[in-house]
Design a protein around this ligand. Structure first.
Ligand code: PAF
Length: 274
């Protein structure tokens, strides 16, 4: 596995390849990321993982400085998972000047759900993803379904800009009790970790009711939020949306249930396709 830090080294390392399959990450890798790497392996002639903690997608009060930087352990895991090339640039390399050109996703897609609670987040995500796709000459890029809205926005961005890149979504990796793997799980105390399973359980109950034909979405949303609140969570949203653009569903739409809630100081998100 080759590790490069500059754009010049990256271009040189990519020269022999025609079809890079890229997995963008912010590092602090866990099994969920490694599943993305495994998925990428059959999708290109080189598997390229980017590791970059993107300041643009953190609000001033969020955890940019606290975000774990674990490069050595990331490299070891990536090598074991069969990654071919890692691009881990410094901030100066990727943002040598303030990034004043930005990708502004449409408000109806990006100011709802996560974007409502994290203003500007998806501008930061779309800007860095656009830049990483350009830098890496990706022909395929792999994202986890755990960040469902991010995946939806990247798909629509690539489509609207007519970028010749396949965007592939990979199923969420879960612990044995159902908790979706996330870098943020590391912030949970032992007792919070035991209680954290309630988020995925709540989504399962919600999804089951929908599969059984219930269409009283607002009642189901209220019940799900109450179940979390009763167990000491502070839910931001628990809702059902259509998969394609995460707008309120119409009859016949393919559905997804999504949730974000805070347990103690940690904010977790999860979703389940119905
Ligand atoms: O999902 C992430 O880790 C980040 O949002 C991404 C896509 C690497 C952009 O910084």
């Amino acid at each position: 596995m080759q590790i490069v830090h500059t754009l010049a080294e990256l271009r040189q390392a990519l020269a022999p390849f025609r079809h890079p399959a890229v997995v963008p990450t912010m590092g602090n890798l866990h099994q969920g990321h490694l599943e993305l790497v495994r998925a990428a392996q059959s999708l290109g002639d080189v598997t390229l993982v980017t590791i970059f903690v993107n300041r643009l997608q953190f609000a001033p009060h969020e955890d940019f400085d606290r975000y774990p930087r674990t490069l050595e352990s990331d490299y070891a895991q990536l090598a074991a998972a069969g990654c071919g090339l890692v691009f881990a640039p410094s901030e100066d390399e990727l943002y040598p000047l303030p990034q004043t050109f930005k990708v502004q996703p449409p408000s109806e897609l990006s100011d709802v759900l996560e974007g409502y609670f994290r203003p500007g987040f998806f501008t930061g995500v779309c800007t860095i993803v656009m830049k990483l796709l350009a830098c890496t000459q990706a022909r395929t890029a792999v994202f986890g379904k755990k960040d469902y809205q991010q995946l939806m926005l990247v798909r629509q961005m690539v489509q609207q800009f007519a970028m010749p890149i396949d965007i592939v979504g990979v199923e969420t990796c879960r612990d044995a009790d159902g908790l979706a793997l996330s870098s943020r799980n590391g912030y949970l105390t032992t007792s919070e970790r035991e209680r954290a399973v309630l988020l995925s359980q709540t989504l399962q109950v919600f999804a089951k009711a929908l599969r059984l034909g219930s269409t009283d979405y607002s009642l189901l949303e209220t019940q799900a939020q109450q179940a979390l609140a009763a167990a000491g969570w502070a839910p931001d949203y628990v809702t059902v949306r259509r998969r394609y653009d995460l707008q309120p569903p119409q009859a016949g739409d393919a559905l997804v249930v999504l949730a974000a809630a805070r347990l103690g100081a940690t904010r977790l998100i999860d979703n389940l396709e119905v």
